[in-house]
Design a protein around this ligand. Structure first.
Ligand code: PMP
Ligand code: GLN
Length: 384
């Protein structure tokens, strides 16, 4: 048995969703919306199941989807991409795995900013590398040049960057992006840029992809996810966008991870990516309203809510809310005794993580938010 898997705990998302099911709790833990998927894309998928191919897709993805993804990024982000720059994967999770396996060799160090998405460190280790954590400090969660530079060594091979950022809901600013790019170029590093939340931007913010920065197109592997773009997280259709050379390397890793993803879902996502962008702003407005409703409800119940302007998530500071329990203890009691599942933030770092914060998913219908807030108020009464 591989020692890595013997040490590893079950993913916090799975853990909290199982606990929510067991206790019949409102699930504000794992990040998925309970509304918002476009019905025409579901129809396109149904048609593709009945009328389209149900046999292996080309390993790098249906040409129609690769072209649609490239065109989408040219249109929205000014990136100069063609089908040769895209490799379709089974979710961004597989895109991350392929990018890491293709670029990280045993002995390499890979920098991650914590709190970091839970898949990064185990995948780096499985590729034989060592994750090097650069902690972002609450409440600003800023990338500081000195901290990043201090983490770079002769062994550093790559930086995994996530913008907009899960779990904090922060969009990094242009100064921070410039710092990242300058450090990457100065040290000849690959950047695996996890941009799955690129369209979930609230409050009129604008997204800048890492690959658009000076010196970055040839060293960036961008990860995207249709799950986030179309509120279809269960479909697990994602992709990598990179230089032809890096995309080809990652595609070689991908062919031995899953080889290819469901052709009908790929066809439906291609349909969605080509179907105009009229859905985008209404989706953002709807998520912003959900965030505001949850924030107001939690604040009225006495919780200290940190600002969030992207992703499906907001964070609550337990200590500032008058709760002295740590995040894991709060999460365990909240799901079992108050009927609400949340995610403890300490699951997103290994080295001295802050233990006084939890993450909640606000991408929910009003009634789910109201039930979740009521259960959070109950949890606060039980634990203060
Ligand atoms: N990276 C980040 C930062 C995420 O938040 C998620 C999913 N929430 C993923 C990767 C995985 O995406 P997918 O579900 O497409 O595999
Ligand atoms: N990315 C989702 C989240 O942050 C969960 C994905 C998963 O369950 N692996 O909640």
């Amino acid at each position: 048995m591989h020692p890595l898997y013997q040490q590893m705990a079950t993913s916090v998302f799975e853990r909290m969703s199982l606990a929510a099911a067991k206790h019949g709790a409102v699930n504000l833990g794992q990040g998925f919306p309970d509304f918002g998927w476009p019905p025409e894309i579901l129809d396109a998928a149904a048609r593709a199941v009945i009328e389209g191919s149900n046999q292996y897709a080309p390993s790098r993805g249906l040409p129609a989807l690769r072209e649609a993804v490239a065109a989408h990024y040219s249109r929205h982000q000014g990136l100069d991409l063609g089908a040769e720059n895209i490799c379709v994967t089974s979710g961004a999770t597989e895109a991350l795995a392929a990018a890491i396996l293709a670029t990280v060799s045993p002995g390499d160090e890979v920098i991650i900013f914590t709190p970091a998405y839970d898949a990064y460190a185990p995948l780096i280790r499985r590729a034989g590398g060592t994750p090097v954590e650069v902690p972002l400090q609450p409440p600003g969660w800023r990338i500081e040049r000195a901290a990043l530079e201090a983490a770079v060594s002769l062994e550093t091979r790559a930086i995994i960057f996530n913008n907009p950022h899960n779990p904090t809901g922060r969009l990094f600013d242009l100064d921070e992006l410039a710092t990242l790019a300058e450090v990457a170029v100065a040290n000849d590093l690959i950047v695996i840029s996890d941009e799955v939340w690129e369209h979930i931007l609230l409050d009129g913010q604008r997204f800048t992809p890492v690959a658009s920065l000076a010196g970055m197109p040839e060293r960036t592997l961008k990860c995207g996810s249709a799950g986030k773009i179309f509120s279809l997280t269960g479909w697990k259709i994602g992709w990598l966008a990179a230089s032809t050379e890096l995309a080809t390397l990652a595609a070689r890793a991908h062919q031995f991870l899953t080889f290819a993803s469901a052709p009908n879902l790929q066809a439906a996502v291609a349909y969605g990516m080509n179907d105009g962008d009229a859905w985008l702003q209404p989706m953002r407005d709807r998520f912003a309203r959900a965030r505001d409703r949850m924030t107001q409800g939690l604040e009225a119940a006495g919780f200290a809510v940190l600002p969030s302007a992207s992703t499906y998530f907001l964070c609550v500071d337990l200590a500032a809310s008058g709760i002295s329990l740590d995040d894991e203890a709060f999460a365990a009691q909240a799901v079992a005794q108050a009927g609400v599942a949340v995610v403890p933030l300490s699951a997103f770092a290994e080295r001295d993580p802050p233990k006084h914060m939890i993450r909640l998913c606000f991408a929910k219908r009003d009634e789910t938010i109201d039930a979740g807030v009521e259960a959070m108020a109950k949890a606060r009464n039980l634990m203060t």
